[in-house]
Design a protein around this ligand. Structure first.
Ligand SMILES: [Fe+2]
Length: 537
């Protein structure tokens, strides 16, 4: 006899992993994944195996927050060694691929001096042949571009590294995920399925619609030995229900960090989804999954940083996303993976790429990509957009982490867009050095002072003020500060009142208020309503 229909518990974590590391976009695109395996995962594991005490001490030191230190509870050298050895065995091809990228860079440095590169193709390491084109820029600097789709179709895309971990959480705490892999724990079930697997949708739908445990256990191929634990992830208790917005205004709800839901009675737009679990006691109230509509018309992504593309949230919502709008990628360079390809490979349909000044939608809902400058350590990365959202006659600009290093840019942009009504701007103006995120992609180490000078920093007071001055918003909200406790595991940020981003954003907010602009730094949750004036179709 079949068991009865039940719901997923609201505090069940569905955590996507790659080789047991928290999965983020650079672990999907084959070239960046290979280089992160070698230059991040294996390096961190090796260092931990040699010096576990140093890692434990550093992981507990607030000054080292976000550093490459493994944060296990207790010493787990033997398990780390097994993971390290398994990775070397399983990712032999990726290790070879990473070495080949280094060799190709060396070849270009030593042999490409402005003359034709035709003869160099046969010297390209075998593993890369047919996957790269050798190019010069107009100043004769040699480089190469990769054919990313072909790499997804090669041994370099190792889907078997993908899995999901399922476990119940009772708080917001998790170790910083770029530095700590997830080992076996008695309360965690690891399900070895690729992210495109339909079982993930089947499971996540059960947060809202009841389903049968046996059916979902079968779809996910849950082993008999895990069935008792698996059964504890479900409940007969009906979840809180989402109340559809039926008013005649525009409703904006802030879910934390850069995640904002814009709704009218007809449409819904979710920006940079990052949703907290619920069902446990917390000090900070927040919106969660129960505040999302049954169908989200547009999910829009601003840029390819790990705190703006959260597979954990996106996979959970995949079944209810209408269109996912991503910035168009650039030029086949390793540091700038193609998001459309990536989302397609992991099972997202209706992925729409837009470029600068492209518009999707029409009439009373239009989303236009605007230039996003800086915040990527001066690397040539095109996959970033500020989104200009026009609902009826009301305009919202989600500028995310754009760092206004050239104020003339937005002066020019504003001549096309005109003023905006509500501006949302990130001001994490200290940022991490280049190597923190992109280090594994470098084939030569950067001198420390050079590394520190090229940061992943958003706008400071002056730069942010220049954006406010040109777009003349009625409301300015500082957001995307990485402050909420439920995203510390991915942002590694903890501010005090003396932190520079807090000082700089306080100054801007004060200035805006003096100039009669409604202004605040968003934290936790926020709900606002705007007048909706429909435009003629
Ligand atoms: Fe960013």
């Amino acid at each position: 006899m079949k068991s009865k229909n039940v719901y997923l518990k609201p505090n069940l974590v569905v955590e996507p992993l790659f080789d047991r590391w928290y999965a983020w976009s650079h672990l999907i695109s084959p070239a960046t994944a290979a280089m992160n395996i070698v230059n991040r995962h294996l390096k961190i594991l090796k260092s931990y195996i040699q010096n576990p005490q140093i890692h434990s001490a550093a992981a507990r030191n607030p000054k080292m927050r976000g550093g490459p230190f493994v944060d296990f509870k207790g010493t787990r050298v033997e398990e780390a060694r097994i993971l390290h050895d398994q990775t070397i065995e399983k990712q032999a091809y990726q290790i070879q691929f990473t070495e080949a990228i280094g060799q190709l860079n060396k070849l270009l440095k030593t042999s490409a001096h402005g003359y034709s590169m035709d003869a160099l193709y046969e010297k390209v390491p075998d593993i890369l042949r047919g996957y790269v084109e050798l190019v010069y820029d107009l100043n004769n600097n040699p480089s190469f571009r990769i054919f990313e789709k072909l790499l997804y179709n090669s041994k370099c895309y190792n889907e078997s590294s993908q899995s999901i971990a399922l476990w119940i959480t009772n708080n917001d705490e998790r170790p910083f995920v770029l530095s700590t892999p997830r080992l076996n724990e008695p309360d965690v079930i690891h399900v070895p399925i690729p992210f495109k697997h339909h079982g993930i949708d089947m499971l996540c739908k059960m947060r809202r619609s009841p389903g049968n445990i046996d059916d979902v256990a079968e779809a996910l191929n849950i082993k008999n030995e895990n069935r008792d634990l698996f059964n504890t992830f479900f409940t007969e208790e009906e979840p809180l229900t989402y109340k559809r917005y039926t008013g005649d205004k525009i409703r904006m709800r802030y879910f934390g960090h850069a995640c904002i839901l814009v709704e009218t009675k007809d449409i819904s737009i979710l920006v940079d989804p990052l949703i907290s679990y619920h069902g446990y006691s917390t000090d900070l109230s927040r919106y969660s999954e129960v505040h999302l509509p049954d169908k989200i018309d547009y999910v829009i992504i601003t840029h390819n940083h790990q705190d703006h593309i959260l597979f954990e949230t996106l996979l959970s919502l995949r079944h209810k996303i209408g269109k996912i709008v991503v910035p168009r990628s650039g030029n086949g360079s390793i540091q700038d993976p193609n998001l459309k390809l990536m989302f397609n490979e992991i099972g997202f349909r209706n992925v729409v790429e837009i470029g600068e000044f492209d518009t999707i939608g029409s009439g009373n809902c239009q989303i236009t990509g605007l230039p996003f400058i800086g915040e990527h350590s001066d690397l040539d990365i095109r996959t970033k957009l500020c989104h200009h959202v026009k609902v009826g006659d009301y305009t919202l600009l989600f500028a995310a982490d754009s760092c206004n290093v050239e104020p003339k840019l937005y002066e020019h942009v504003s001549r096309i867009t005109g003023p905006v009504d509500s501006l949302f701007l990130g001001m994490e103006c200290d940022g991490a050095p280049l190597s923190w995120l992109y280090g594994p992609l470098l084939t030569e180490e950067l001198p420390r002072d050079m590394d520190n000078s090229r940061r992943l920093a958003g706008s400071n007071y002056e730069r942010a003020k220049a954006i406010v001055d040109v777009f003349k918003p009625k409301e300015l909200y500082v957001y995307a500060m990485g402050m909420e406790p439920w995203l510390e595991f991915i942002s590694s940020i903890k501010y005090t009142n003396e932190s520079n981003p807090i000082i700089q954003s306080n100054k801007l907010i004060q200035e805006c208020r003096t100039n009669s602009i409604v202004s605040e730094r968003l934290y936790g949750e926020k709900e606002l309503f705007y007048e909706l004036e429909l435009v003629e179709r």
